[in-house]
Design a protein around this ligand. Structure first.
Ligand SMILES: [Zn+2]
Length: 693
């Protein structure tokens, strides 16, 4: 899986299928004035993924050429429980045993399909803008670093994280039907802990699911995009971080317990459930859903008038970029080639470092990292930093000099994406790194100050979406950088990383003007091209060899079913389970389909109808390998019966695909026995506000 960079976090099923949600804004008559904002249920945007999407769009013909390098952005929700092995650069591939073409292609294909659907459903509409202040969704996980920012600057803000959620509402012009919502709010997708092995969109996946369910009655095709924002130092573990051994708070300045990071863990609102963070994840997602819904339904929304829609994109090489400081015009600053500091290996209170990359550099070490085949193959290529690089990155002590490591192929990006998008007064910063709270504020503030004179916008509203387009780790302020906690240690291009991003976006800001305004500007430079490593990446991921049902059994056979004699109450805490003879889910991801379903009997029609799929948070698909030698496996489908479930007769269905010894893949299915669900016998903990409209 991808997010925590933990080799031991290997997927065993699906709590919630993940999605790409595409939003197109612009002119119907003039396709050159369009932008496409893709929200991907994944750890981040990525160079290879974005490249693959652009290639896919190019194959769709002329009509799709308006969604190009300049106008398309790919923003990750930063879920830490998504699949892995799809990223372009070597470093984030290490803990997923390299690159998987299947994993990569599924994401690219899903994103292209999402964009095709958005394009096919283009319709005249209105956009409205709204904001709300949230409580209990995020906190700062590195307050010690935040406190390094100047007092006078901190005094401008009530909190050490941004609590505002910004919302764009999409409505159909003809009848005001709500079409979708795009929101920005910073909170790490780390509600599900590092010991969770079920794929999910984390808290933003929950928020999107709940809002789409809630809006179903008004528009079954409603699309809810919960974009990540200046997520860097935020955490969804809102109760703070505590030591697992003593139960005391972790040490303030370095989040350690007795000198070690491994025991310090952030606690979400339902941490007592001991459920790998599942309850907390739902709760943090529910709070984001509720905030977005309240803005959506409020009458304080501001209509965005018909106006300029524009965007630009340029690649920039950050390895030694010299520029005038945006904070002090008399200073010339420079960035450095990418490097990670020692604080990177320590991890954070959301996920303590499990993988000390610097260990196991020779075979006499008995390091656990040597069990990782990619690390074993790549460690010989570790780049030793030059004296110049050491000075440039100061005070960061360099753990991995990744920017200049080009063998066996590039480890991290030195070439990053600079992109802005604009809809009237609204400007979207598309950030490749995880900007910290204060870094995001400075960036937005700088653009808000410059936009009125450069773009003739009177009341600029600036939002930041990221990590997007590539994964460039973190963007801390210079003051936070000096502290070298995880976020500073992961700020790749040295102390002036943020200043460089500001400088580059300010430099190209005039290109967000109307077509008339930009006519006299020099054409945008195309910039250097980043490497695409899809075809040269390592892969130590074993293929599926064969599936076997086991003796005297068939694929899809039911091994156990819920008790048919007692009705299950829809009180929010009844769980029913079925178990089946299974095959490896990697044989077919069942894109646009499902691995698991709940069916309800319709007595009037005399038919079974599908009422839940693996898209649903409360329907869980768990796969167990029972024998690697024989190739046997079993699947458990688990349904936590929601309070809004209608009473009636139900059964569960499993869909699988088995691989024969000749390599042929054959679909099969199985259905559980019948069971009944009754009305709740007590008031459920949650549900009233979630009951579908
Ligand atoms: Zn992060």
């Amino acid at each position: 899986m991808m997010g925590y960079a933990d080799t031991r976090q290997v997927g065993t099923g699906l709590r919630q299928r993940i999605y790409c949600r595409a939003f197109i804004i612009g002119s119907l008559s003039d396709p050159s004035e369009r932008i496409a904002y893709l929200v991907l249920d994944a750890q981040s945007g990525d160079t290879a993924i974005r490249h693959g999407i652009l290639q896919g769009l190019a194959r769709l013909g002329d009509e799709y050429q308006v969604y190009n390098k300049n106008s398309l952005s790919v923003i990750g929700t930063h879920s830490h429980s998504g699949p892995g092995a799809w990223l372009n650069y070597l470093l984030p591939q290490i803990t997923s045993k390299g690159f998987s073409r299947d994993s990569y292609q599924a994401i690219v294909d899903g994103a292209v399909l999402a964009l095709q659907r958005a394009h096919a459903s283009l319709t005249p509409g209105h956009l409205s803008y709204g904001e709300t202040t949230t409580t209990g969704i995020n906190l700062n996980r590195s307050p010690y670093a935040y406190l390094a920012n100047p007092q006078h600057e901190r005094d401008l803000y009530p909190d050490d994280v941004d609590k505002e959620m910004t919302v764009l509402k999409f409505e159909r012009a003809s009848d005001g039907m709500p079409l979708g919502l795009l929101s920005w709010f910073p909170v790490h997708g780390t509600s599900l802990y590092q010991n969770n092995t079920l794929i999910a969109g984390d808290n933003k996946g929950v928020a999107a699911y709940l809002l789409e369910e809630y809006m179903k009655g008004r528009n079954p095709d409603f699309v809810a995009g919960f974009s990540q924002s200046n997520v860097g130092d935020t955490s969804p573990n809102t109760l703070g971080a505590y030591c697992e051994d003593t139960g005391l708070e972790c040490r303030f300045n370095d989040s350690t317990c007795g000198g070690r990071t491994q025991l310090c863990r952030g606690r979400g609102p339902k941490f007592r459930n001991l459920d790998q963070g599942t309850g907390s994840c739902f709760e943090i997602g529910r709070r984001q859903f509720a905030a977005a819904r309240d803005v959506l339904e409020s009458d304080h929304l501001e209509r965005i008038p018909v106006s300029t829609v524009s965007s630009f994109h340029v690649f920039a090489n950050m390895s030694a970029y010299s520029f005038v400081s945006p904070f002090n015009q008399t200073q010339i600053l420079s960035t450095c080639s990418a490097a990670l500091g020692h604080g990177f290996a320590g991890g954070t209170t959301d996920g303590p470092g499990a993988f000390d990359f610097k260990q196991g550099t020779n075979d006499s070490d008995d390091s656990p990292s040597l069990r990782n085949p990619v690390w074993k193959a790549a460690r010989g290529f570790i780049h030793e930093p030059s004296d110049e690089q050491i000075v440039c990155q100061r005070p960061k002590p360099i753990l991995l000099d990744v920017g200049d490591a080009h063998s066996p192929y590039a480890w991290t990006p030195n070439v990053i994406d600079i992109q802005l998008m604009r809809v009237g007064d609204l400007i979207m910063i598309v950030s490749p790194g995880e900007a910290t709270t204060m870094a995001g504020r400075r960036w937005r503030k700088a653009l808000a100050a410059a936009a009125p004179s450069i773009l003739d916008v009177h009341n600029p509203k600036i939002v930041l979406g990221g990590p997007a387009n590539t994964y460039a780790h973190y963007i801390a302020t210079e003051e936070e950088y000096r502290v070298q906690r995880y976020e500073g240690a992961s700020t790749l291009y040295g102390p002036h990383t943020l200043a460089a991003y500001l400088n580059l976006t300010l430099t190209y800001l005039p290109y967000l003007g109307s077509r008339q305004e930009i006519k006299h500007l020099h054409p945008m430079p195309s910039g250097p091209s980043p490497p695409i490593n899809v075809n040269i990446s390592y892969s130590f991921i074993n293929p599926v060899l064969v599936d076997h049902p086991g003796f005297f059994r068939n694929f899809g056979d039911v091994l156990s079913s819920p008790d048919p004699s007692t009705p299950y109450s829809a009180n929010g805490s009844s769980v029913v389970r079925s178990r089946f003879v299974a095959a490896n889910p990697r044989n077919n991801f069942r894109l646009e389909e499902t691995f698991a379903a709940v069916e309800k009997y319709d007595p009037d029609a005399g038919k079974w109808r599908q009422v839940r799929t693996d898209r649903d948070w409360f329907l869980v698909y768990k796969w167990d390998r029972t024998s690697t030698t024989l190739g046997t496996s079993e699947v458990t489908i688990e349904w936590e019966i929601e309070p809004w479930t209608e009473p009636g007769m139900y059964r569960m269905r499993y869909y699988g695909d088995a691989k024969s010894i000749t390599g042929k893949i054959t679909a099969f299915e199985g259905a559980s026995g019948i069971f009944t669900v009754s009305k709740p016998d007590r008031q459920p903990d949650f549900g009233d506000e979630l009951v579908k409209a």
